[in-house]
Design a protein around this ligand. Structure first.
Ligand code: BGC
Length: 426
């Protein structure tokens, strides 16, 4: 669990234009966001793919690549000679020391750049921007760094005042929630209002101390053992989009080897790790008994050039697929319920985002069903609300919030006028 230093949630007071940078998957995005008193709007958004060698190369090359694109984007928007604040969504575990100070704890998902773990990511980005910024081109000021779950929560809070949990189920999986300051033993600052702070749970790492062993299967274990981060992100490996298809592939292989499927013949394509995608799993899950597993058969024909399957094979494949996605949904619901029980509030809205939750036909529904069961004997009401582009908007909102908090406020006491500046962090 990590402190985020985000304490204020937005109240539509934010105004002006801000840049947001969103890095967390195989793509990164640069956005220009505008806030006016009545609405927020993404004026432009540019997406860039991060080549494989950069995801496994040196941190400096990665940040140089990103900085170059940010500067080009700013120049294209004629942000020349101005100071523009940038909020950075960085979707990896961070140990934050302030709103714009954060060291990387570890890489997750498909990243493993050298020279970044243990270093301040904001500094690395600032240094790269400095290397790319020349005279008369914009001064991009990195004012805040957040996790994608925080962005999702913040963006959800704009729409729904009961929103106190942020959830991402995409390539990776994580959540954050609003905690009371009094519950934070090591809060390094004063206990002034707002007496709350967003906590990034990094629950993807849950299970690293073996507490999930009682439900882990041989496929969970072998996937973990052969992954780039063995022993880490155990819960994430059971629930997120990067790993579910790989679990599916491994179960299929075992059943073929045992002669249960495809007459014991292994389609060659199945031997390649991570070769199945979540969209195939979604398609299979859309089958019903009534359509004779038509989708499953289509997916099998699409995935494998040569594969002789029977009706029974298709049914088994459907069932395995369904068990994996449903288990993920139930585990996610369990995580949300653990947070909901902790939060002293009856109506709880969970802002969610992420490709798996948004695109899979049933996972969200299964999560909701399970949550209803969990809460049926309590007075809690939990609602899942879509948070549109939280990881983009969120960073810009926090950048704006940061400015809002830093803007001097005027107060009158005993007939005298004082200027009060309150900072989000220090
Ligand atoms: C990262 C989290 C992130 C999640 C969703 C996980 O692998 O550790 O920081 O929020 O993926 O992107």
């Amino acid at each position: 669990m990590f402190l985020t230093y985000v304490r204020s949630l937005p109240n539509n007071e934010e105004q002006g234009q801000y840049l947001a940078l969103d890095l967390g998957g195989t793509n990164f995005r640069v956005l220009l966001v505008e806030f006016t008193s009545s609405k927020q709007k993404i004026l432009d958004c540019e997406r860039h793919e991060i080549p494989n060698d950069l995801r496994f190369g040196s941190g400096q090359s990665l940040f140089d690549f990103i900085a170059e694109r940010v500067i080009q984007f700013a120049i294209r928007h004629q942000l020349v000679g101005v100071r523009i604040a940038l909020g950075f969504t960085f979707s990896f575990p961070l140990h934050q020391h302030g709103l714009a100070e954060a060291t990387l704890v570890r890489w997750t998902k498909s990243f493993n750049c050298s020279g970044v773990v243990g270093f301040d990511v904001v500094r690395l980005l600032k240094a790269a921007l400095k290397r790319k910024m020349h005279k008369s081109i914009p001064y991009v000021d990195v004012v805040a760094i957040i996790n994608d779950t925080t962005g999702t929560l913040i963006s959800g809070a704009l729409m729904d005042k009961n929103c106190v949990i942020g959830l991402i189920v995409g390539t990776g999986c994580n959540s954050c929630y609003v905690e009371k300051l009094e519950n934070i033993e090591k809060w390094p600052f004063n206990y002034s209002e707002p007496r709350q702070v967003v906590i990034n749970t990094e629950w993807g790492a849950f299970g690293e101390n073996n507490v999930l062993d009682f439900i882990r299967t041989i496929w969970d274990r072998s996937l973990d053992y052969e992954s780039v981060n063995a022993g880490k992100q155990i819960y994430e490996k059971m629930v997120s989009g990067m790993y579910l298809p790989e679990l599916f592939r491994r179960v299929l292989l075992t059943l073929i080897e045992r002669g249960v499927l495809f007459n014991g013949h292994v389609p060659l394509e199945l031997l390649r790790p991570y070769s199945i995608t979540t969209s195939s799993m979604s398609k299979i899950d859309m089958d019903t008994k009534l359509n004779s597993f038509r989708n499953t058969k289509t997916v099998l024909s699409e995935l494998f050039v040569r594969c002789d399957y029977s009706d029974v094979d298709a049914k088994i494949v459907f069932m395995i697929n369904n068990r994996i996605t449903q288990r993920a949904a139930y585990l996610i619901a369990t995580g949300i319920w653990a947070l909901a029980k902790r939060i002293d509030q009856t109506d709880i809205s969970v802002a969610y985002d992420g490709s798996l939750l948004c695109l899979h036909p049933y996972i969200k529904l299964w999560v909701e069903e399970k949550l209803n069961k969990f809460s049926s004997s309590t007075n809690k009401k939990i609602r899942l609300i879509p948070s549109h582009d939280g990881s983009g908007y969120g960073a810009a909102i926090v950048a704006a919030l940061c400015y809002r908090e830093k803007r001097p406020k005027i107060v009158k006491r005993n007939g005298k006028v004082y200027e009060v500046t309150s900072f989000l962090n220090k």
